[in-house]
Design a protein around this ligand. Sequence first.
Ligand code: KG4
Ligand code: ZN
Length: 351
Amino acid sequence: MRRSRSARLTLGLETSCDETSAALVERDRVLSNCTASSLREHARYGGVVPEIASRAHLTALLPTLDLALRRAKRRLSDVDEIAVTAGPGLLGSLLVGVSAAKALALALRVPLVGVDHVLAHAYSARLCDPAPAFPYLALVVSGGHTTIIRMDSPARVSVLGRTLDDASGEAFDKVAKILGLGYPGGPAIDRLSRGQAPDDRMFSRPYLSEGSLDFSFSGLKTAVYYKVQDALKTSGRLTPKTKRAMAAGFQEAVCDVLVKKALRACARERLSRLAVGGGVSANTRLRAKLDEAARRSDIRLYWPSMAYCQDNAAMIAAYGAALRRAGRRDTLELGAYSDFSRSPLLSGARS
Ligand code: KG4
Ligand code: ZN
């Protein structure tokens, strides 16, 4: 049976970090979204080891693709177009997905489109029901990125602010390491801080220059480090109570900065739709604080479900399909890039 042009079946592949994901999307509907993670293999090293991640993608990619096809009740020959994460991320990991996508596009004779991972996180709110109408703002908070993006359409995007050093998730992971909480640190700090009344004076907030929409979290991480050293010098050990207080104090400082800058961006751009994406958006305190602040400012928030907040191929397929509708297509020359500033759509960016 032939399907109409609007019912194109898009296969999405994501291999930018430690998650191997494959998804099938048709008419903006996610038919399947399957993810295998090598997280456990990295845990004992306290962070993602690129070599281990690349090898894990090689092993997991085809079984994950098979599973996605089975769950969607589709065959490979039904696929009309392929979207793949081209960057930013770990080059070795990205190349596994990009090479597979090229081989499939060639064998199936279907179009290929390279998708930017950070912009796909910003687009993932479009999988919400209801979805934010364009234009909207997106706060992307993940292990590798902390960015505020204005989305005028799938292909017209501008970066309003970004991290100058550590991303918010990276700061959570490093602070958790300093506090001996294991990896990944975000969920550990979130859990430990629950029920704690944070001491707002414990850490100062890095707001940067007046009106800036950029972020900087590495000073905060260093402040935690020195506080831990002080505590060790004074009492010889870090008590569970001190650990909890530091975790909660750090988390509060990060959340205050994220909330303030996201709302500042909404006011400046005169936009009242704010989408949040990326792994850190799972943070309980961030959700509570942003919900509260948005309510006070009449801003409508869009939180994609957790499956679409973390790294996933559904957002890659959905965003790739939207870019294809906007006329984008890549050739088999498509390369991978590690740095967000090399994203092909950012040439018209404001910063
Ligand atoms: O978007 P993501 O799954 O992968 C990247 O593209 O980086 O984000 C992973 C990051 C990690 O740094 C992890 O510690 C953080 O998201 N994270 C959290 C929470 N859950 C995951 N950070 C704070 N609170 C959480 N509950
Ligand atoms: Zn991500």
